[in-house]
Ligand binder design. Structure first.
Ligand code: PEP
Ligand code: MG
Length: 759
């Protein structure tokens, strides 16, 4: 049963559109369950009706025509009850509704199960039979499982507009709005540049060839490229492998030289398909054919074909990349944006970023915020591979993407961009004034850095120090661990640029969603695994080199502070301090005269909240990492768009935890700062100041907004607001209360600049 389910799921997953997916479902379910009828009804939210969308067994001409109101018929009943209905004699049920055009009068038994996605009934899956009998438990369980798999496919199709494309009111990709989650604030208007995952056959879209002879030529060159690679690998392994083992490469070469396969690809290109699409079609057909073979040896050839297909595709993609012209206002679109991809397009041309995977708290989004590039993450329904070259509007405040926007959408967002420019100009004037409330509370605003470009941006925006230097960022752009000397030079740049202001350097925090290509960590739960201080304590070699580089870089400057990530207990602080003292001794033995820097602990794991007092006693300062603390406290993966709505800085548990950390640090007479993204949100910054944080550290882009807002308020007012929300239990209510309070004071302009867009 499981195997059958898996097979059907695979067929559904590779169907070219929803119509094809539904017809696979009804055919296969009918076949596997041995029933006479299988049908799918989908709920059309606009008309509030269930529409028959596919059937095997009923009259096919009724597809798209027969529909039932929400409270009508057995289908309506299944939808309302949100559970299966299994009947021996359906026509005698009081809710049975008969449609002459379906020809269903002869069927007695009925089993209907709801198709539910994220609490919403999307439709009903039905099987029927002439015989009067109840479907058994196994059949019911099978249909429920089928429906659960179908729900995701339908939700995706609905969001991409393809349900409407099924012969009803067509809604193509043009002028559509796709929802994601906010990644980095701001609006961008530009042209989509799609980065496809390299050499991934499944993600290659169909696309019309603009120049057929050029595509044919590109294909021939790519085949030649793949041939050369195979010969090279075979030659390299000449001494390692026996001749019979190397015979595989001859098979590869034979496949590549097979005129039949190449001919099939060329024929498809001649019909007007681009080369990559033609390669995908032919390779996948061959894989399917081999996969279905009885003979194990022949079945294994499917893997060879896939491998060769990927090689040819990779050659085609590389050649295209070399040629492609990046438009001036480029919006980079990708299935999974990575920090390294930010470097693919020159910064002058890059105006926006869209990622299908990930959420606003993924590290790539954090970097985008630091660079001030509007970004939408987690746009899970975006048909991203089909967008290349299309005009887009990107709303990074709300996490929305408009494809082929209408004049009205363009007009409204151009107005938001103009307002933004005005606001930024106004804020520039605040650069040299202190961040001080109307009743005289001075609030030092620090900056989070990592990229070299952050330095100038931070200084331009009037940062008073660095509250978090993410030292892993320079590690991530290398192809090997940087040497002590290289690190020293990088750190020196930071320390010097901000001197005499403090620079808080966090020791290497890799793992989680910050992998190093040259130090792979494979784990099922990377955020609960080998991350941050756990890695560096296990690798004193890496840790000592880094700390020595930091210490040497600070010589003569004395503005270094060292901070430890992911601390869960005192023992880790003690071990790390011991190593830092050792490195300090070594550096002084080498004749470099440096002071011992203050050592701080990041509070970003719930265990550290409960031990904040002890940690504060032994450390020189605390700094809250609200990004991870929110994820661990609320058990919400910071990268997962499906639960992004649950990731909420206004959650009362988080607010209580933050307040208790401030009290604990102050009870030990130690300063406490916050360096998660929460500090850079102007509205939450008000609450943090009221809690008593000694400094706020944020991305350079938001710093002027936070400064502007805090300068308009008194500490007393902020404390009253905090007191008001501390008694509340619902994060959304808290958010609304804070927003309303600030808006009533006339301070709404830095909170949600695109709130008036009505598109
Ligand atoms: C945090 O977790 O809040 C933090 C500042 O660190 P990072 O986002 O780099 O994990
Ligand atoms: Mg963190």
């Amino acid at each position: 049963m499981l195997k059958t389910l898996r097979q059907i799921a695979q067929e559904v997953g590779t169907a070219k559109d929803l119509k094809a997916a539904l017809s696979v479902i009804v055919q296969r379910v009918r076949e596997v369950m041995g029933t006479e009828v299988c049908s799918v009804y989908l709920f059309d939210a606009e008309d509030q009706r269930y529409v028959l969308m596919a059937t095997e067994g009923l009259n096919k001409r009724s597809v798209g025509k027969v529909s039932l109101a929400r409270n009508e018929g057995l289908v309506g009943l299944v939808g309302r009850r949100e559970e299966p209905i299994n009947l021996e004699d359906a026509p005698s049920h009081k809710d049975f509704r008969y449609f002459a055009e379906t020809g269903e009068e002869k069927y007695y038994s009925f089993l209907g199960v709801p198709i539910i996605h994220h609490r919403r009934v999307m439709g009903v899956l039905v099987v029927q039979q002439r015989e009067r009998r109840q479907f058994d438990e196994g059949e019911e369980a099978f249909l429920v499982t089928m429906s659960a798999q179908l729900s995701g496919v339908i939700a995706h199709a609905e969001a991409t507009g393809s349900i409407r494309g099924m012969g009803r009111k067509a809604k193509p990709v043009q002028d559509a709005k796709f929802l994601g989650v906010p990644g980095s604030p701001g609006v961008a208007i530009g042209t989509a540049v799609v980065l496809l995952p390299p050499a991934d056959l499944d993600s290659v879209p169909d696309r019309a060839a603009t120049d057929v002879p050029a595509e044919l030529e590109a294909f021939r060159v790519a085949i030649e490229g793949a041939r050369k690679e195979v010969r090279k690998i075979s030659g390299r392994l000449e001494r390692t492998l026996r001749p019979e083992e190397r015979a595989l490469f001859d098979v590869y070469l034979m496949i590549l030289e097979d005129p039949a396969i190449a001919g099939e690809v060329e024929d498809i290109i001649r019909t007007g398909q681009w080369a990559q699409g033609a390669v995908r079609q032919v390779v996948k057909q061959h894989i399917k054919r081999f996969d279905a073979m009885e003979d194990e040896y022949l079945r294994e050839r499917a893997a060879d074909i896939r491998d060769l297909g990927r090689r040819v595709l990779s050659n085609l993609q590389q050649a295209r990349k070399d040629k492609i012209e990046i438009p001036d206002q480029a919006i980079l679109v990708s299935d999974e944006l990575s920090p390294a991809m930010l470097g693919e397009i020159s910064p002058e041309k890059l105006v926006g970023l869209v990622s299908v995977k990930g959420s606003g708290n993924s590290h790539v989004a954090i970097l985008a915020r630091a660079m001030g590039i509007p970004t939408v993450m987690g746009a899970v329904d975006l048909p991203y591979s089909r967008l290349d070259g299309l005009p887009l509007v990107l709303d990074g405040y709300h996490g929305e993407v408009y494809t082929n926007p209408s004049d009205e959408v363009l007009r409204q967002y151009s107005a938001v961009m103009a307002d933004e420019r005005e606001l930024v100009k106004g804020l520039e004037a605040l650069r040299d004034v202190p961040c001080e409330t109307t009743d005289g509370r001075r609030m030092p605003l620090w900056v989070n850095t990592g990229l070299l470009a952050d330095v100038q941006r931070s200084l331009n925006h009037g940062a008073e120090g660095v509250g978090l230097y993410r030292s892993e960022v320079p590690f991530m752009v290398m192809e090997r661990f940087p040497s002590e000397k290289e690190q020293q030079a990088t750190y020196r740049e930071q320390l010097q640029a901000f001197h005499p202001q403090p620079v808080t350097m966090r020791t290497l925090d890799v793992g989680g969603d910050k992998p190093l290509s040259y130090f792979p960590i494979k784990e099922d739960n990377p955020f609960l695994g080998w991350r941050g201080i756990r890695v560096t304590l296990d690798h004193p070699d890496i840790f000592l080199v880094q700390v020595r580089a930091m210490l040497k870089a600070s010589a003569g400057l004395g503005n270094l502070r060292i901070m430890l990530p992911m601390i869960t207990g005192l023992h880790e602080l003690e071990e790390a301090s011991h190593l830092i003292h050792r490195a300090w001794g070594e550096v002084r033995d080498e004749g470099v005269d440096v002071q011992m820097p203050p050592i701080g602990v990041m509070v970003e794991v719930p265990a550290a909240v409960y031990q904040a007092r002890e940690l504060a006693r032994h450390a020189d300062f605390l700094s809250v990492g609200s990004n991870d603390l929110t994820q661990y406290l609320l058990a919400v993966d910071r990268n997962n768009p499906r639960v992004a709505e649950l990731y909420d800085f206004y959650h009362p548990a988080l607010l209580q935890a933050l307040q208790s950390v401030v009290h604990a640090a102050h009870a030990e007479g130690k300063p406490v700062s916050i360096c998660g993204e929460m500090a850079g949100d102007p509205a939450t910054a008000v609450l943090l100041m009221a809690m008593g944080f000694d400094s706020l550290s944020m991305n350079a882009t938001n710093l002027p907004r936070v400064k502007w807002l805090l300068r308009q308020l008194s500490l007393t007012h902020a404390q009253q607001l905090l007191e008001q929300v501390q008694g509340m239990d619902n994060p959304q209510v808290i958010r609304s209360v804070v927003d309303l309070y600030l808006r009533n004071l006339g301070l709404g302009r830095v909170i949600n600049p695109a709130s008036d867009v009505t598109a």
